[in-house]
Design a protein around this ligand. Structure first.
Ligand code: MN
Length: 303
């Protein structure tokens, strides 16, 4: 087993998106190879309705998957496949845009006026960019939760973990999407298969990620597997941690414990041509999508 180094830690940045929704972006619209197969991660936790209620009115997607995970409040949604409904606390919407979908996502918040959730974009390989659009709505009750002896709890949204399998299936990038809660002071090692690209996103509490790569600005400690390792001090809330190659990570929870997403997937390793909500391989494919949006042929009529 080899420990994955922490290549980078950074705070999510304030960003305005949709019709005027305040959110924090951990990554996106920069170097798409960095976290391939993932393109973007937004944290849309807000405490005031005026910061989210304008929402994300009708817009297109092609060539990607968008994954919405709601922690608190509800999101009303509708799309060109005819799906409509509301996502509630703990629910996941996994939308495979494929060759094209139009949808809208309108956050409604909870009775206290808060709205908490995340959106992740996963890329599709060229062979599946023009696949039929697909929509998987997963309610909180269908997401398995597993608790270990030390009190660590993991919600398994996709992929397999500790013998549980998440309910979302058929995804090209073979993602593993985990919501991990660790009690104060617990230290734990998580296996992540070598072929995966991986990141963590801390959204409550604090943690340190044990790092064998000896970066600067870390605390020294001599106790993991008999080797001298470094523990990177982390600031906690809204922090992205990008891991290098290896097959495990070790997390040390802080005094208040920690809650984070641990997300990994198989890199696609293809050229990326990206314009707003449309992500293809070439500029020509992007221009084709724009032409279809203009002339009204972007969405294939239902048969
Ligand atoms: Mn969207």
């Amino acid at each position: 087993m080899s420990l994955r180094p922490t290549l980078e830690t950074r705070r999510a940045q304030p960003t305005l998106e949709g019709a005027g929704v305040k959110l924090h972006r951990a990554f996106g619209f920069q170097d798409p190879s960095e976290l391939d197969p993932f393109l973007l991660f937004d944290d849309f936790r807000n405490e005031r309705p005026e910061d989210f209620e304008k929402g994300f009115p009708w817009h297109p997607h092609r060539g990607i998957e968008t994954i919405t995970y709601v922690l608190s409040g509800t999101v009303d949604h509708a799309d060109s496949l005819g799906n409509t409904g509301a996502l509630g606390a703990g629910d996941v919407q996994w939308m495979t845009a494929g060759r094209g979908i139009l949808h809208q996502e309108m956050p409604q918040g909870n009775p206290q006026g808060q709205m908490h959730g995340f959106q992740l974009w996963g890329n599709l390989p060229s062979a599946q960019k023009m696949t039929a659009p697909r929509y998987q709505d997963v309610t909180a009750a269908d997401i398995p939760e597993v608790t270990d002896d030390d009190g660590t709890t993991v919600r398994v949204i996709t992929g397999e973990f500790w013998g549980k399998k998440g309910p979302v299936d058929g995804i090209a990038a073979d993602p593993q999407y985990l919501d991990v809660t660790m009690p104060p002071g617990v230290r734990k090692t998580f296996r992540i298969d070598t072929y995966r690209r991986a990141f963590a996103y801390i959204f409550e509490g604090q943690a340190a990620f044990v790092d064998a790569s000896a970066p600067s600005g870390v605390l020294l400690e001599k106790e993991v597997a008999g080797q001298e390792v470094n523990i990177r001090d982390l600031s906690g809330d809204r922090t992205l941690i990008r891991f290098g190659s290896g097959d495990k990570i070790t997390v040390q929870a802080g005094e208040q414990g920690v809650r984070f997403l641990l997300i990994s997937g198989a890199p696609i390793n293809e050229p990326v041509a990206w314009h707003g909500p449309i992500v293809m391989n070439t500029q020509e494919e992007l221009m084709q999508a724009m032409r279809e949006l203009r002339n009204g042929t972007f969405i294939k009529p239902a048969h």
